[in-house]
Design a protein around this ligand. Structure first.
Ligand SMILES: Nc1nc2c(ncn2[C@@H]2O[C@H](COP(=O)(O)OP(=O)(O)OP(=O)(O)O)[C@@H](O)[C@H]2O)c(=O)[nH]1
Ligand SMILES: [Mg+2]
Length: 307
């Protein structure tokens, strides 16, 4: 608990919704820093990710979650379970949806859950930059509002920043007195090793067809700052499910692995503000997404798995 200041308020907010609607993009946009990876493939986020924003008296503690989907593997079950765990115990939920899309059963189920748990919620209709017809947006607002009594409905674009200040203001209104939960300069609970591993996974998501990244996990084996403090040596292993995938990840004469490494290193150097000496390995672990022990050793270990 940070130092107590009598006007300080905090709200814990879970960001939920279907895969690929822009939950992580919105989180990054509100924080003004990229802590959650983003890609155009569904199921990019696998873990709960906490992001903290402190402005003036108010602290917003966001919990970004994996997109709600029908799980087909143990990893998928873990992801969906992490959504339920995130929703329990927060002050409010931020339901994110896409402009110009019909309401889905998944979203209706989430709203049912808000009702059952008596959790206030704000709806963010994201990607408004892609919308041509304004009346369509009005219709969408009415549809969602008829299903759940949202505290606010805010059209936004994580891409161009439209509506973000309004969204922040609505979320700040949900904060409760009783001090800040974290130090005011806290940004995330993600350890540096996890942030680095995620930066590598993001490049795999962006550079390869979806079958491969969905079966890929990244583990940072070593992350050590040299004594002169200007270089971090970082060794990471990319786990995939098949020999053929390993070949694709490495690429012709190592070209793909080099590309993944170069882009990841640039991100890391920006984020950690120093030089990174990155070494990447690729290993096959068949069916790791269904093996509880392996999932745990890869960092997906915050809850129990059905073995
Ligand atoms: N045009 C447009 N694209 C957006 C916007 N916000 C996010 N995107 C894109 O939508 C895709 C999904 O974004 P993410 O932030 O990864 O979505 P997510 O909801 O966190 O996805 P999961 O973690 O897979 O559930 C990416 O390609 C983003 O660049 C937006 O406001 N406008
Ligand atoms: Mg995400």
């Amino acid at each position: 608990m940070a130092e107590l200041n009598k006007n300080d308020k905090t709200a814990f907010i879970a960001i939920v919704g279907r895969p690929n609607v822009g939950k992580s993009s919105l989180l990054n946009c509100m924080l003004g820093q990229k802590i959650a990876i983003v890609s155009n493939k569904p199921q990019t986020t696998r873990n709960r990710i906490m992001g903290v924003m402190t402005e003036g008296d108010t602290q917003l503690v966001f919990i970004d979650t994996p997109g709600m989907h029908k799980p087909r593997t143990e990893l998928g079950k873990y992801m969906v379970r992490s959504i339920s765990e995130s929703v329990a115990g927060v002050d409010a939920c931020l339901l994110v949806t896409e402009a110009g899309r019909e309401i889905t059963q998944t979203e209706e189920n989430l709203m049912e859950r808000f009702k059952a748990m008596d959790i206030p919620a704000v709806l963010a209709i994201n990607k408004t930059d892609t919308l041509k017809e304004k009346p369509e947006l009005m219709k969408q607002i009415l549809t969602y509002s008829s299903k759940f009594d949202f505290n606010a409905v805010v059209p936004v674009s994580a891409q161009n920043g439209n509506g973000i200040d309004d969204l922040k203001a609505e979320l700040k209104a949900l904060a409760q007195e009783g001090g800040h939960f974290f130090e005011d300069d806290t940004l995330t609970d993600q350890p540096e090793r996890v942030l680095a591993a995620e930066m590598i996974r993001e490049k795999i998501l962006r550079l390869l067809d979806k079958e491969i990244p969905h079966g890929t996990a990244v583990v940072v084996e070593r992350m050590k700052t040299r004594s002169d403090n200007n270089i971090i040596d970082l060794d990471a292993t990319i786990y995939c499910e098949k020999e053929s995938h390993k070949g694709i990840i490495i690429g012709k004469k190592g070209a793909m692995l080099k590309k993944i490494g170069t882009f990841a290193r640039q991100d890391m150097e920006n984020f950690f503000d120093c030089k990174i000496n990155l070494t990447l390995w690729v290993k096959v672990k068949e069916d790791w997404r269904n093996r509880a022990g392996l999932l745990r050793s890869m960092g997906y270990d915050k809850s129990d798995f059905d073995s």
